[in-house]
Design a protein. Structure first.
Length: 245
């Protein structure tokens, strides 16, 4: 049996992806030749070097400014971080207000009615008279220089109870009166009473330590009249003793 060989398959017109020998189109060569001739006829223009340099400088400036801005921002951030890390010292608490105490009522203490003198200290009593005290009694000197003494331990003085004595010198033009008071450590005043009822307060002297006795003296002017009574009072105004009257 004779077999006839089949022809090898070729590309099918209906299969676009079938491979086969390509056939050159004469028109394609003409187009390429035309483009080549046109390219040879074109003369290229000069390169814009100045514009390229300006563009490069502008880009460098923008890059430098950007880096500077980044540096400033970084420095500011660092300063802010340092400031944030610095501890803030808190103010000390305000001390509590204390209400002011009520104003105390100031009381004025009455002056001591007795002047304390040293033993033998001379006291000018006026009109030329001088008085001083020693442990044994009262001494005084008149304007003529005559000295006198009245002892506190005389037999007619009882120091266990309050009492006063009285000596005077002078006349119608005026007199000097003095004496002892005794029997108390709380003497307040000695008053002399005249014939018309008028009273005169004497000055009191004592030695230091309040020995329980002292000296009084006072001057009376013209027309003072005769002294009718000498009275000793304590500091509360209580009458302790009266001589005369």
């Amino acid at each position: 049996m004779n077999s006839t060989p089949l022809p090898e398959p070729g590309p099918s017109a209906s299969d676009p992806y079938a491979s086969g020998p390509s056939v050159s189109d004469p028109a394609d060569g003409d187009v390429r030749a035309a483009f080549a001739r046109a390219a040879l006829d074109i003369t290229p223009g000069p390169v814009p070097l100045a514009a390229v340099r300006r563009a490069g400088r502008a880009r460098r400036r923008r890059r430098t400014a950007g880096l500077a801005a980044v540096s400033v921002l970084g420095a500011a951030t660092a300063v802010a971080a340092v400031v944030a890390l610095v501890p803030v010292r808190s103010s000390p608490p305000e001390p509590a207000r204390v209400a002011a105490p009520p104003t105390a009522v100031r009381t004025t203490q009455a002056p001591d009615p007795i002047r304390t003198v040293r033993s033998g200290e001379r006291v000018e009593a006026g009109q030329g008279f001088t008085v001083w005290l020693t442990e044994d009694g009262k001494h005084w000197k008149d304007p003529d220089g005559l000295e006198n003494f009245r002892g506190v331990s005389d037999g007619n003085i009882d120091r266990s109870q309050p009492g006063v004595t009285h000596q005077s010198e002078g006349g119608p033009a005026g007199a000097f009166h003095s004496g002892l008071y005794y029997g108390t450590s709380a003497a307040g005043r000695v008053e002399l009473t005249g014939s018309g009822g008028r009273t005169v307060r004497a000055t009191l002297l004592e030695l230091p330590g309040r020995p329980g006795w002292g000296v009084w003296y006072v001057r009376t002017g013209p027309g003072g009249g005769a002294i009718t009574a000498v009275t000793l009072y304590d500091r509360a105004g209580v009458r302790l003793a009266t001589l005369g009257g």
